[in-house]
Design a binder for this molecule. Sequence first.
Ligand code: G3H
Ligand code: 13P
Ligand code: ZN
Length: 349
Amino acid sequence: MPLVSMRQLLDEAAKGGYGVGAFNVNDMEQIQAIMGAAKETNSPVIIQASRGARQFAQDRYLFHLILAAAELNPEIPIAMHQDHGNSFETCKSAIELGYTSVMMDGSLKEDGKTPATFEENVEVTRKVVEFAHARGVTVEGEIGVLGGVEDGHGAGGTGLEHITDPDQAVEFAELTGVDALAIAIGTSHGAYKFTKKPDGSVLKMDVLLAIHKRLPNTHLVMHGSSSVPKDLQDVVNKYGGKLKETWGVPVEEIQLGIRNGVRKVNVDTDNRLAMTGAIRKVLWETPEKFDPRDYMKPAREAMQKVVAQRMSQFGQAGHAGDYKPVTIAEIAKGYADGSLATKPLVSAK
Ligand code: G3H
Ligand code: 13P
Ligand code: ZN
């Protein structure tokens, strides 16, 4: 099956009342782990690459690896997504390469660190929407700013500094016509999200519920959604790692989000932990080994296990064959003739 539109994937998820995991990739083993999990659980999937990933793997390697995944798994709908695009040019280059979806993260300026003004965010996101929709490509925008820094990207802080204002979320969705809206509710990228199991004082599910009430048909996106499970932390530390005690986003909170408009759930850190733990274990227990396959195979298996578990928890498992993917050209027509609404439904406060 060719790569499919993320918009279609999310529209179908909304109909079915489930969420779709968006998993970050940098290399072949991670792509294979995701596809192994998608096959095992019969799930549609979003594979996403950050700017750092595109640089690390080189654009054409990564793109062709994902095309290979689509070729080898024709029964699985796959959307290929640019994660945290920092500028119009980044999104344009992904679209020209063949990505079927882009995130224009205009919540930060182009440096990927400094919070942008609302007006700057609207302007750049609107520009990406016009370019992308004309080519049938989905756009995710972000309003509010996440915490943490990953690979130089992020405003830092705890995630509580720039929580999304529901009124601004409505205005942003109306002004930009984005297909999916990432919101800031206290989560951060990376392993260090919370210093104890999060409650409502640090993980603002009430804000998510308020936004969903105002924008009942808008696909919401939760970034920084790794759960950072203790068992994965323990494996890393048991074999020489030095992770400090930390808490992620509990799966039950993500599931509450999914019951309230969250359709895309971004997970990277849990997979990084799973792979690192597996690699450390092999190298620790059998230091004489030096064939990368001896540790990359267990690493790939460990990631597949986490991804398959998340696919079941988010509810996408079993839904790969529910619908016939339409072509990107048809999606472009839908944006042009207005059948794919770009004006959100807005409800009263
Ligand atoms: O946005 C955060 C993802 O975890 C990607 O991280 O920029 O280090 O590839 P990265
Ligand atoms: P985590 O660091 O929680 O996995 O978040 C990943 C993410 O939001 C990618 O955009
Ligand atoms: Zn993110």
